[in-house]
Design a protein around this ligand. Structure first.
Ligand code: OGA
Ligand code: MN
Length: 200
């Protein structure tokens, strides 16, 4: 759990294709500890939008979330450190000027999904780069829960479907890559977050 993943290796794909995906990017130890913690964690039903527009919409997403914060268990502090390393590499290599990361653990109960969307909130450019770590151990072939990416230049066309297997890491441009979570038939965990530029 102490060697850092090779965040540098993501930069090429991210800048050419708009996304990068690697299997077994994070150690299964780290993922297992996060999974274990998740049984003690106070999840809340997810909402969409922000501020006054924020509401829970069952037809759009059906996951439960827990925001990482400075009081979260140690394994989440470790993950926040990793995301800080990634953020600095993005800034150095792509001059993005990202100044913070926010992330949450998401739990999709069987039957849950998240319809096609962009991560950048309407009217706000704060979310720039999306990061997702998958935490689902075991063979979940044909059990749904894939993330479907749409093409950067043709958002009506499918780019690929990615199974959410343990340790896999996905990162993409929050304002360009449409995506959705296909109905999951098992309890699906992902740690989703965003590199932000905080505008005044
Ligand atoms: C999101 C999201 C995808 C996933 O939370 O915005 O698209 O695979 N999550 O969990
Ligand atoms: Mn999303």
């Amino acid at each position: 759990m102490n060697t850092s993943p090779d965040f540098h290796s993501l930069i090429d794909d991210l800048s050419t294709k708009g996304y990068a995906f690697r299997e077994n990017f994070f150690s299964s130890d780290l993922c297992q500890i996060i999974k274990n913690e998740s049984s003690n964690i106070p999840f809340k039903e997810a909402t969409i939008g922000k501020g006054n527009e924020q509401k829970r919409v069952n037809d759009i997403r059906r996951d439960a979330i827990y925001w990482l914060n400075s009081d979260s268990p140690a394994v989440f502090q470790q993950y926040l450190n990793y995301m800080d390393q990634y953020r600095q590499i993005l800034n150095r290599e792509l001059y993005l000027g990202l100044n913070s990361y926010e992330g949450h653990l998401a739990k999709y109960p069987p039957g849950a999904f998240y319809k096609k969307h962009l991560d950048q909130h309407r009217g706000s450019k704060d979310r720039v780069i999306t990061t997702i770590l998958y935490l689902n151990a075991g063979s979940e072939k044909n059990s749904g829960g894939e993330i479907r990416l749409y093409q950067k230049d043709h958002p009506e066309l499918i780019e690929r479907d990615i199974p959410p297997s343990v340790g896999a890491f996905l990162t993409f441009l929050s304002d360009e890559i449409y995506h959705e979570v296909l109905t999951s038939h098992f309890e699906r965990y992902s740690l989703t977050g965003w590199m932000r530029i905080n505008h005044l």
